[in-house]
Structures are given as C-alpha cells and as structure tokens.
Design a protein around this ligand. Structure first.
Ligand code: HEM
Ligand SMILES: *[C@@H]1O[C@H](CO)[C@@H](O)[C@H](O)[C@H]1NC(C)=O
Ligand SMILES: *[C@@H]1O[C@H](CO)[C@@H](O)[C@H](O)[C@H]1NC(C)=O
Length: 536
C-alpha cells in the first residue's frame, strides 16, 4: 500500500521535473531566437514567494501598504521584473507604458484574460463580457456597443434623480449652515447601485429613497407601507448579497491557482439571491422584445435592448450582472476619492466651484456636452484617477510564447520573454506615480498638470486597446454630474477627521476605495438660487 503511494508520488514528481526542464529548454531556445531574456527576479531570499506571503500576512502589524510598499518594492531597480507566486509559478510584473501598450493593444490577441479569470467570476456572472476571451468576448462586446452610445449616456434623467436623493440623504443644514457629519461612502454606494440598476433594468432598486423613507416614516412613491417595505427588504438583500459575492471573487483571485477553495454555502446563496433578483427583469425584457409595439417609448434599458438580440435567459442574466460588477463599485470608489480630495484641498474645491457656477446656471439642465466642455472639471477627474485609479492592479495571461518590448539588458531596453500561460501583472497605480514619467511632483495632487498633457499609455485608469472599459463615459458623466450638483448646493466642505482622511489609506478588493471613508460635513450655499426637487 505505502510503497504504491510513494511510487506514484515519485512518478508525478519526476514527470513535473521533466516537464519543467522541457519547458525551460523550449523557452531558452525561443529567447535566443528572439533576442530576449527573462527580467530581474525579485522573489527574494526564499523560494515560492514566502517572503511576499509573510509580508502580506503581517500587514496589520507592520503597517505596510500592499501597493506602495510590497508591490512597490519589486520595482526598486527595474520597471519590469519577475517573481514566484506561492503556487510556484513565476509571473512577470510591469509598470512600463510600452509593455502595457503591447499587452493591451498591439499584441492584443497574445494576451488574454484566461481560464483562471473565467473561473474566479463564473459563479456570479457565468460566461459574459467581463470574463470571456476570443469569439465569445467579441460577440459580447458587439452586443453592448449600441447601449453605450452617446445618446444613451446623454439621457441624464436618472442621474439627476439619484443626485437629488443623495443630497436629500445628506440632510438639511443647521442654523450655521452646516450639515451634520456624514459618512458619505454608504450613500455613494447606494447612489451607484440606484443609477446602475436603472440603466441595466430600466427600474432602479431605489435604495437611497427607500432608506430616506424609512428614516422619515414616509412611503413616498410607493402605494403603501407594505409595498415600500417589501422593496426595501429586496434592495437590502440585493445590496448585501452583491457585497458578499464580490468578497468571494476577490478571495478566489488572491488564491491564484487554488481559486476553487474560495467557495461555499454563503457564496452560493448570495449568487442565487442576486441572480433571482434579475429574473423579473429578464422576463419583462423578453416579453417586451416579443411584442415590440408595447415596448416603444421609455423602456430602452440595457436589458431590453439585449433582449432584442438574444432571448437566452441565462445569457441575459450573466451579461447584465457582468456590467453591474464592472460598473458599480468602480464608480463609487472614484466618487469617494473625489470627495476626499475636495475635502482635503479647499483651494481645489473653491476653484472648481467657481468654475462650475460660471458654467452651469442653477436649474439649467446639465448635459453631457457641457460636462465634457468644463475643462477644469475634467482635469480634476483625470488627476483623481491618476493618483487613485480604482482598478489599481490587473493581469493578463500569455496565450503563446511571446515577448514584450522592454525591460531586459543592462539598459532595460531589450525585450522580455513571456512563456505561454504565464501571468503578466501590471500595476497601473504605480505607473501613475512614477517620477520619471510624471515629474518630481508626481505624488502631488495637481489638476493643473493636465493643462499641457494628453493622456497616453502612461495613464490607463480605464485601460486601453480593444478591451478598454465600455463604461468610461458613463462613469465620468455620472461622477461629473453629481459633483456639479454638490458644488452648486454647497459652498464649503470639511473633513470630520482631518488627520485620518489625509493618510489616504486604501481598501483593496476588486477596486480600491478610501479605507477611512469620506466623513465630511457640507456648508449650504446661501446664494444658490436653484431648487432641489423633493424626491420623496
Ligand atoms: C470609475 C469607474 C470605472 C473604472 C475605473 C473602470 C475601469 C475598468 C477597467 C480597468 C476595465 C478593464 C478590465 C480588464 O479588462 O481587465 C474595465 C472594463 C469594463 N468596464 Fe469599466 N470602469 C469603470 C466604470 C464602468 C461602468 C460605469 C461600466 C458600465 C456601466 C463599466 C463597464 C465595463 C465593462 C463592460 C468592461 C469590460 C469590457 C471588456 O472586457 O470588453 N465600467 N473597466
Ligand atoms: C442604502 O440602501 C439600503 C436599502 O434601501 C438601506 O437599508 C441603507 O440604509 C442605505 N444606506 C444608507 C447609508 O442610507
Ligand atoms: C416599462 O417599465 C415599467 C417599470 O419597470 C414596467 O412597469 C412596464 O411594464 C414596462 N413596460 C413594458 C412594455 O415593458
């Protein structure tokens, strides 16, 4: 019995060693033919990334930051390196614009999301735009393109309603003009959940309004208390389950090749809840598509328009949840960083407010074109996403043995060899902070730097190439809209815990958010002439 176990184990170990040897030889030959090498190895004194793992596990006591300290230390000597993960596989890691351009655009077909990404997300979003490659990805991208057209984004009615609700939720000001201290992140998460569900399903979960109604004891737009209560319970369950699903996805990604360990009853239950939530909308959309005459007019939600192209229920569900996952927390995190920056830089707040008041008359509709034309507002957003890209870290998988353009040799200018299946990590966050790319003041928050700069491959908050974020304009429009409304409404903003907020500590999951939140108070502008429609 034991001898068999030992023999079988030995057999597999020998096979692994031979495989590794053959792979190494193959790669050496490839590298010789293509004049490329492997980059500097920064794994450290112990194999299998033991060093990295130890640092990850002691973050709480060491106070180290994952991005600035742990990943940052990989790039002390070079912008492209390799290291071993705890599963024994080596990965390439880069912050070099030329390499990103190759991976995302010029050599697009050679770098895929890969099987692991597919599996990490699969229980929640099945096979859909966010985790697909190849032909199915192309199909998905084509399916969505019309939905993200300018006309659809320019329909800002729901953003307006959600902004009103958020301002109502902030609450009224006291005699001195200040609102109560308010942790803004939960309100923002509800704001983006409301706008995203409206855009996707043609009906918002209305989480902000429901919460306001519950606090004030009004039922508002709902016909009865029971109705409002049922909706509230549904919205809450959805929001909670969605958060659980995201936590598990992050765990699966961090587990690398052991992703399948990130599973369990809680995860499965939460995915069932969010999928069940979409059932009603899938049914409605299929009905509408079947009898187009009924569907004329205002019901062109993303789900409705997808349903004119496919009636496959599972696909409709997967694709819409995929968009929700891609768009909700990313936008919320961005809004969070915008508020943090406005609160700790009063001079930026005042400048931006002055420009907003000049450009947007109270009660005049805020349009896509006007938002885009407001240059300082765009520079502000660019700068927020430079220092706080809400997707800070990302990766691709090599579909074949290949090279990326720079990172080897004594001058680090010669190409780097990449093995088929190898993970290439790229840290947009660190690239956005490189002094050699951005100047000595790279770490300073300076919207003015954008006056003379056209974003290129050293600035990639939404990535680039064929797989660039589909929701970029949607997110920027929604964010600018809300900021304009807030700046019209309030003439000052103060952090409640100045010191804490200035540390800019970041929470890291699928996105990167202000970990200490955005606890602020606002000062109501007296001169402001516009009215806030009572949203209840
Ligand atoms: C500040 C907000 C946002 C940021 C920073 C952001 C960033 C990104 C990034 C970095 C990717 C590339 C992921 C990858 O391929 O590895 C991406 C993809 C995507 N984003 Fe966004 N996003 C934001 C908001 C949105 C919104 C609001 C939506 C939709 C309403 C959206 C929809 C998508 C979709 C569908 C993809 C997948 C595209 C594809 O694979 O072809 N995003 N986003
Ligand atoms: C967000 O919405 C949910 C669902 O309506 C609600 O329970 C929660 O209290 C809201 N959060 C805040 C801070 O209002
Ligand atoms: C349009 O949307 C509303 C709200 O979701 C729904 O009550 C109505 O039935 C929809 N109409 C059609 C034709 O789908």
């Amino acid at each position: 019995m034991w001898t068999t176990v030992v023999l079988v184990t030995c057999f597999f170990v020998v096979v692994r060693i031979i495989q590794a040897f053959v792979a190494k030889r193959r790669l050496q030959t490839f590298a010789q033919q293509h004049g490329c090498e492997e980059p500097e190895d920064v794994t450290g004194p112990f194999p299998y990334g033991v060093n990295r793992l130890r640092r990850m596990l002691t973050l709480a006591t060491s106070g180290e930051d994952i991005l600035d300290d742990i990943i940052g230390s990989d790039f002390t000597n070079a912008a492209t390196v390799k290291f071993s993960g705890f599963d024994g596989n080596t990965a390439i890691s880069t912050t070099e614009p030329a390499n990103l351009q190759a991976i995302l655009a010029t050599q697009f077909k050679e770098f895929v999301g890969g099987d692991r990404r597919y599996h990490c997300f699969k229980p929640a979003i099945g096979h859909s735009i966010f985790n697909a490659d190849g032909a199915f990805w192309e199909h998905s991208r084509a399916l969505f393109r019309p939905q993200f057209s300018r006309e659809n984004i320019n329909d800002l009615e729901m953003t307006d309603k959600a902004s009103n609700s958020l301002i109502t939720a902030i609450g009224s000001a006291d005699a001195s003009g200040w609102t109560a201290n308010q942790e803004m992140m939960p309100l923002i998460y509800n704001f983006t959940l409301d706008t995203a569900t409206d855009f996707l399903f043609g009906e918002t979960v209305g989480s902000q309004q429901l919460a306001i109604a519950a606090r004030t004891g009004q039922t508002g737009t709902y016909s009865s208390d029971d109705d409002a209560q049922a909706k509230g319970v549904e919205a809450q369950a959805f929001a909670r389950s969605f958060a659980i699903v995201q936590d598990y996805i992050v765990m699966r990604i961090r587990l690398q090749s052991l992703w399948w360990l990130g599973d369990g009853f809680e995860f499965r239950k939460a995915t069932r809840t969010i999928r069940k939530f979409t059932d009603r909308f899938v049914q409605l959309a299929i009905n509408t598509a079947a009898s187009p005459s009924k569907g004329e007019g205002k019901n062109q939600s993303l789900m409705n328009s997808l349903a004119t192209q496919t009636q496959d229920r599972k696909e409709l569900q997967d694709q819409t949840l995929s968009i929700l996952l891609a768009g909700r927390d990313t936008t919320a995190s961005m809004l969070g960083w915008c508020l943090v920056r406005l609160a700790i830089h009063p001079e930026v707040f005042n400048k931006l407010r002055g420009i907003v008041l000049e450009n947007f008359e109270p009660d005049e509709p805020i349009t896509f074109v006007k938002l885009k034309d407001c240059r300082y507002l765009q520079h502000f957003l660019n700068e927020v996403l430079r220092l706080h890209p809400t997707v800070p870290l990302n990766s691709r998988n090599a579909a074949k043995d290949t090279t990326i353009p720079v990172g080897c040799g004594s001058d680090q200018k010669s190409p780097v060899v990449v093995r088929k299946g190898q993970v290439v990590l790229f840290c947009v966050y660190l690239m956005h902070r490189r002094e050699d790319l951005w100047g000595e003041d790279a770490l300073k928050f300076k919207p003015e730097r954008w006056q003379h700069r056209i974003p290129a491959w050293q600035y990639l908050p939404f990535l680039g190439g064929p797989r660039i974020c589909l929701g970029q304009q949607f997110a920027l429009t929604e964010t600018s809209y809300l900021l304009v409304r807030l700046l019209q409404q309030y003439d000052a903003m103060e952090p409640v815990h100045w010191d804490e907020m200035q540390k800019l500590k970041k929470g890291l999951g699928v996105t990167m958010w202000p970990q200490d939140g955005a606890r602020v108070r606002f000062h109501k502008a007296t001169a402001y002439q516009g009215t806030i429609a009572n949203c209840i």
